[in-house]
Design a binder for this molecule. Structure first.
Ligand code: COA
Length: 249
């Protein structure tokens, strides 16, 4: 267990970032966003890190932003830790692999849209419940999801906000491959290690070429989304939806 909810380990040339708050299904706190931002910014510079692998402790990826934080300490501007994290992952120059098992909700799904390679266990459950919570999509998902999944699929996933399984995620292009749950982490580690052996400069330049055409547009879109998201967070609809979540048991 880690005090700030993120564990980082360098294994060979791969930096593993573990979302480690299993008692809340790895819901993201401000401290977790800040730590992830710091780790990514350092990893971008560290010569010994060639790739990053992100996974979640306790057999879940993440249940999204901590809903208590949304009520008690919501981001007040686009300078908040969540937005620094989103910029850091969107601009990260080295390959990012994610291994998803169990729940991947909200930003637990939208951060996957920024990863280069995503492996998911057959038990993975994804969900984009922003509208159900009175919110708007975040993390660049209102730009990236239509491009990745097509506009009709993006509208369906975002408007209904229903959970979907690994097969649907594969069909929509959100993940690369489904792996049997017990083998997932080992497989993702092997694949990240392979990426880390590739010629470094060729990898960096190739990723830059793949991302370049939409990077400025994406960062700008995330600012627009961020402003809309912050406004929605202050609405009574959101307070009601979050109170209903905590009152559900
Ligand atoms: N923020 C804060 N606490 C959360 C959380 C979140 N995003 N997700 C789960 N938790 C807490 C639960 O309140 C519960 O706490 P408790 O043990 O004190 O009751 C604990 O984590 C375990 O979650 P639980 O709901 O009992 O697990 P589950 O297996 O029944 O359901 C989820 C898992 C992820 C489907 C469900 O927890 C959920 O829908 N969470 C909210 C997801 C969400 O809306 N995220 C924000 C998107 S913008």
């Amino acid at each position: 267990m880690s005090t700030d909810g993120i564990r980082s380990v360098v294994a060979g040339s791969v930096l593993e970032l573990v979302l480690d708050r299993p008692e809340r299904k790895n819901a993201f706190t401000n401290a977790m966003y800040s730590k992830l931002t710091e780790e990514l910014n350092q990893a971008a510079q560290r010569a010994e890190v060639a790739a990053v692998l992100i996974w979640g402790a306790g057999n879940n990826f993440s249940s999204g932003n901590d809903l208590k934080d949304f009520l008690e300490s919501p981001p007040s501007g686009t300078d908040a830790p969540v937005f620094h994290f989103l910029s850091a992952i969107a601009s990260f120059p080295k390959p990012i692999v994610c291994a998803v098992e169990g729940f991947a909700v909200g930003i637990g799904t939208t951060l996957l849209l920024h990863a280069d390679i995503v492996y998911a266990a057959d038990n993975a459950r994804f969900q984009l419940p922003f509208i159900n919570l009175g919110l708007v999509p975040e993390g660049g998902s209102s730009l990236l999801l239509p491009r990745i999944a097509g506009s009709k699929a993006a509208q369906e996933l975002l408007y209904f906000g229903e959970a979907f399984d690994a097969k649907a995620a594969l069909q929509h292009g959100i993940i690369n491959q489904i792996v049997e749950q017990p083998k997932l982490l080992e497989y993702a580690r092997q694949r990240a290690a392979i990426l880390a052996t590739k010629p470094r400069t060729a990898m960096l330049e190739s990723k830059a070429l793949l991302k370049k055409s939409q990077e400025a547009e994406l960062l700008n879109h995330m600012r627009v989304e961020g402003d809309a998201f912050i406004k929605r967070l202050r609405s009574p609809e959101v307070a009601q939806a979050i109170q209903a979540f905590f009152a559900r048991k």
